[in-house]
Design a protein around this ligand. Structure first.
Ligand code: AMP
Length: 440
């Protein structure tokens, strides 16, 4: 097959080629080289590709080519995504690439009122981007006609399944016309995605851009072993003080509480050029924070995995994993926020003793060790408080038990030992002669 080095080699019209040039894309990325001709030829696609590879344009360009111009009232293409942020981002991408066409499109997602979205759908549209739950809600208002769908995309299928969207997707498949083209994209390849692909795709063209869950190679990975939470915070602050190096940073946290606390701490002690996004934040607040970060109005974004999934923010200088994700694929997604398209980036992970287990699993998944860097000399390393140490020990015991169900565990032994000690003390007390009694 002829090697594809320019967009002109695809069957794309002038409107699209101009938009591509205006977007600053000079040559197609590997996934675009492979997916665009296959989609154009009408094949179903099973694509394994991470965000940052250019996969959105890889499916949008042939869709825009197929849809061509505004026609009728109901959508002819539907793109399903796991999160509202991703839905909005894809919708923006359609605006960017379809700007010289009259194609109508919108994104519908949960977390905001449904009325305005139903109104947008009623006006008539050609491409619909949606999260599965909200799509079904809007469908059941009776205002959305889906029998004209010719092409359907399931983006980030792995995340969609993790988030429990399977029932909605099944329901949707019953509603859509049988004769349609299906495109399925996933960053990783768990068994359940393979099953879904078998159920849903017909003789698909397989496109795997990177081996399963391999981080993009423009990302430098660094691992710090940090003993406790307090020292993690000290390290974070120390790193962030270097504003020149840490120009645009996303800090990932496992929980909303951690994200909120870190945000507040940084805002108070380091810089107010920081915002936080997590599922408890209002949708508008989240959108504003992402926009401000994108526009370089703020330097730092603190985020949880769900809230940040799929967000396209280019030129992020650093991703900091304040804690190690326990859904290991999330590591790949997190560090995919940096080194996007053709830019370099650094991903730094903070790992305590109880997280080493997860690092080993992540290293197995990405099939490479994450290089360890010593803590900076200047860093203030604090003692680990008793409660935190106990929690970590307990966690480590749990992990060891998971690996070996017969394992009794250090913490377990400690507990037993404490119990035995308490018992011995009680016995000694009981045996002690009572005061005021005469001994025979
Ligand atoms: P995606 O993997 O779809 O999330 O895309 C990642 C980033 O790459 C986005 O910011 C796109 O705008 C950008 N991009 C997509 N295709 C190209 C291309 N051919 N050349 C340069 N950048 C691209």
């Amino acid at each position: 097959m002829e090697e594809i080095t320019s967009f002109e080699q695809f069957k794309l019209n002038k409107q699209l080629l101009t938009a591509i040039a205006d977007a600053g894309y000079t040559h197609p990325t590997p996934i675009q080289q492979k997916a665009i001709p296959a989609i154009d030829a009408g094949h179903d696609i099973f694509g394994i590709a991470q965000t940052g590879t250019g996969k959105t344009a890889a499916f949008l360009l042939p869709i825009l080519m197929k849809i061509k111009y505004a026609q009728g009232d109901s959508p002819r293409a539907i793109i399903l995504t796991p999160t509202r942020e991703l839905a909005m981002q894809i919708d923006e991408h359609i605006s960017l690439l379809g700007k010289n066409t009259d194609i109508r499109h919108t994104a519908i997602y949960g977390g905001v009122g449904m009325k305005a979205q139903v109104e947008k759908v009623k006006v008539g549209l050609d491409i619909l981007v949606a999260t599965p739950g909200r799509l079904m809600d809007v469908y059941f208002t009776g205002e959305l006609y889906l029998r004209n769908i010719q092409i359907m995309v399931l983006d980030e299928a792995d995340k969609m399944m993790d988030m429990g969207f399977m029932p909605q997707i099944r329901k949707l498949l019953e509603i859509l016309p049988r004769k349609r083209q299906n495109l399925l994209f996933s960053a990783t390849l768990p068994e359940k995605v393979v099953k879904l692909s078998e159920e849903f795709l017909e003789f698909p063209t397989h496109i795997a851009i990177t081996p399963q869950a391999t981080p993009v190679d423009t990302v430098t990975q660094i691992l710090y072993h940090v003993p406790n939470l307090r020292t993690k915070i000290n390290l974070l602050c120390e790193l962030l003080l270097d504003e020149e190096e840490f120009r645009k940073v996303i800090i990932f946290c496992r929980t909303r509480i951690n994200a909120e606390n870190i945000y507040k701490y940084l805002d108070r002690k380091v810089t107010n050029s920081v915002k936080v996004i997590h599922a408890n934040k209002q949708q508008s607040t989240r959108i504003n924070a992402i926009d401000e970060f994108k526009n370089n109005d703020i330097r730092i974004l603190v985020a949880t995995d769900v809230a940040s999934r799929g967000i396209d923010i280019s030129l992020v200088s650093h991703v900091i994993n304040f804690d190690i994700p326990i859904v290991y694929e999330d590591y790949v997604h997190r560090i995919g926020r940096t080194g996007r398209a053709y830019n370099k980036g650094t991903a730094i992970s903070f790992c305590n003793k109880a997280e080493e287990y997860h690092i080993a699993k992540i290293e197995a998944l990405i099939r490479m060790p994450i290089p360890v860097t010593p803590l900076p000399q200047s860093l203030e390393i604090t003692d680990t408080p008793f409660d935190e140490r106990q929690a970590m020990l307990m966690e480590i015991d749990k992990q060891k038990k998971k690996e070996n169900p017969n394992f009794k565990g250090a913490f377990h032994d400690n507990k037993q030992e404490l119990k035995r000690k308490a018992l011995r003390q009680q016995q000694r007390k009981a045996n002690r002669p009572k005061k005021g009694r005469m001994i025979d």
